[in-house]
Design a protein around this ligand. Structure first.
Ligand SMILES: NC(=O)c1ccc[n+]([C@@H]2O[C@H](COP(=O)([O-])OP(=O)(O)OC[C@H]3O[C@@H](n4cnc5c(N)ncnc54)[C@H](OP(=O)(O)O)[C@@H]3O)[C@@H](O)[C@H]2O)c1
Length: 414
């Protein structure tokens, strides 16, 4: 199989390296050599593979010897136009680009189908973690009830450091930028959009229908403070940015939010730049995939796994993906959570109000106070629908004149 790589940055050069280093293994496993013919980039020269460097896409498009194209340029344009043109020529395409898969995945999958080739995107979610193929093949016979993951190494690095060092968000973000774990403009990571795109891809895989990340309720981690972590520590919990997809009968729920999770949750111990994806199936029960969710060689390894699949299925459309039908996601207000709330003042004179708005009749009121602070305390509410909770917060504040400083959705210890 002759291959072209479009975009020779971190991942593209990683793919070339894996093809070089594992050349013999690949040949043995798939029965034919995988030969890198072209590297397309904007630059005039690149460190390795300079003899293969081209700047003109039409060379790849028009070379019938090239049977597979790897897209690692990033962004939607011109990645979409390039991949579309290659699929229309019957060339298999493999990408690590979640923005492309989220925005144009369903279109590219149907173009691949029409031209009897494949569009693969394993590396677009979870980097080196094989989540796409696991859902498609291994869990094909499961009714997938839930997929919830820590899918952004930057935010997980920041939250882990805040917990371990008792540091605040701003200083930890600066450290992450210094160490190269966060971009100079970190918005896509810390405001949750990167996780939201990956969640949209997982929701499309789970439902078989198309959804857009813009339709997924998304919150980032900017408002998480070291005080929140002090309370989480008292509760034996941690705070993680989670992307979650759930199916209840024929309804789909999805969101990206920071959550307080208990020690019993397998995602509790996914720390630093690592990713973890918990999958719950009706017969399977709970499993978790864990590993490097980004980085040159782990991500390139996932791209190469797609190259192998394409060689093995070179004469057939394999059908990994979803239809062009738009999925309707249930509104955020219809999700139910227990909430961690930080309330102004002390609880002594407002116990009846706290019970009225946040607890069931038979629940015990257990305020959490840090080092005898009198300016605020915290509480875990009983489980309630998000719409009801937000109404109750307003009603509580109006009646008592006390502010709810902050809330974080939680998963209760079971
Ligand atoms: N880095 C990771 O750990 C990781 C993990 C999973 C998925 N991904 C995804 O993989 C994709 C690539 O990421 P990356 O980190 O490898 O990015 P990168 O280092 O910026 O590499 C992209 C490369 O493509 C080149 N390029 C951009 N537009 C081009 C065009 N029109 N024609 C030819 N070449 C073009 C860039 O050239 P210039 O530098 O000159 O612009 C650069 O060399 C992104 O979609 C990213 O989200 C990355």
């Amino acid at each position: 199989m002759k291959v072209a790589i479009m975009g020779y940055g971190t991942i593209g050069s990683g793919v070339a390296e894996v093809l070089r280093v594992n050349q013999e293994i690949l040949k043995k496993k798939i029965g034919e050599p995988v030969e890198l013919k072209y590297v397309l980039d904007i630059r005039e020269s690149i460190p390795e593979d300079n003899d293969k460097l081209i700047n003109d896409f039409s060379i790849i498009e028009n070379d019938d010897e090239v049977g597979l194209v790897v897209e690692t340029m990033g962004g939607i344009h011109p990645a979409y136009e390039f991949v579309k043109a290659c699929l229309e020529k019957g060339k298999h395409c493999v990408t690590s680009n979640k923005a492309l898969v989220d925005a144009c995945g369903s279109k590219l999958i149907s173009i691949a189908k029409a031209h009897n080739c494949n569009f693969y995107f394993e590396a677009s979610v979870g980097g080196g973690i094989p989540v796409i193929r696991t859902i498609h093949h291994n869990y094909a016979g499961e009714n997938l009830i839930e997929i919830t993951g820590i899918m952004n190494g930057t935010t997980n690095f920041i939250l882990t450091n805040m917990r371990e060092k008792g540091a605040d968000f701003g200083e930890t973000l600066e450290e992450a930028q210094r160490l190269g774990y966060a971009e100079r403009d970190p918005s896509s990571d810390i405001d949750g959009f990167d996780t939201s795109r990956k969640t949209a891809i997982l929701l499309s895989m789970a439902s078989g229908n198309r959804c857009r990340h813009e339709d997924i309720y998304t919150e980032g981690i900017r408002d998480i403070s070291k005080l929140d972590f002090s309370y989480a520590h008292e509760l034996g919990m941690s705070i993680k940015l989670l992307g979650s997809v759930q199916q209840v009968e024929d309804k789909y729920f999805a969101y990206v939010v920071p959550m307080m999770i208990p020690k019993s949750d397998p995602l509790f111990s996914v720390d630093g730049v690592f990713n973890g994806i918990r999958i719950v199936g009706n017969c399977l029960g709970t499993t978790m995939l864990y590993g490097m969710g980004a980085g040159k060689l782990p991500t390139a390894s996932a791209v190469v796994s797609d190259i192998i699949a394409a060689v093995r299925h070179k004469n057939e459309f394999q059908g990994i993906g979803w239809s062009e039908n738009m999925l309707e996601i249930e509104p955020m207000g219809s999700n139910a959570f227990s909430y961690f709330i930080r309330v102004e003042g002390t609880s002594s004179d407002i116990e009846a109000d706290l019970r009225e708005y946040f607890l069931n009749e038979d629940s015990e009121l257990k305020p959490i106070v840090l080092d005898n602070r009198t300016d605020e305390f915290a509480l875990l509410t009983d489980v309630m629908f998000e719409d009801d909770f937000l109404d109750n917060v307003k009603a509580f504040e109006a009646k008592t004149g006390r502010r709810i400083f902050h809330f974080i959705r939680t998963e209760k210890e079971t």
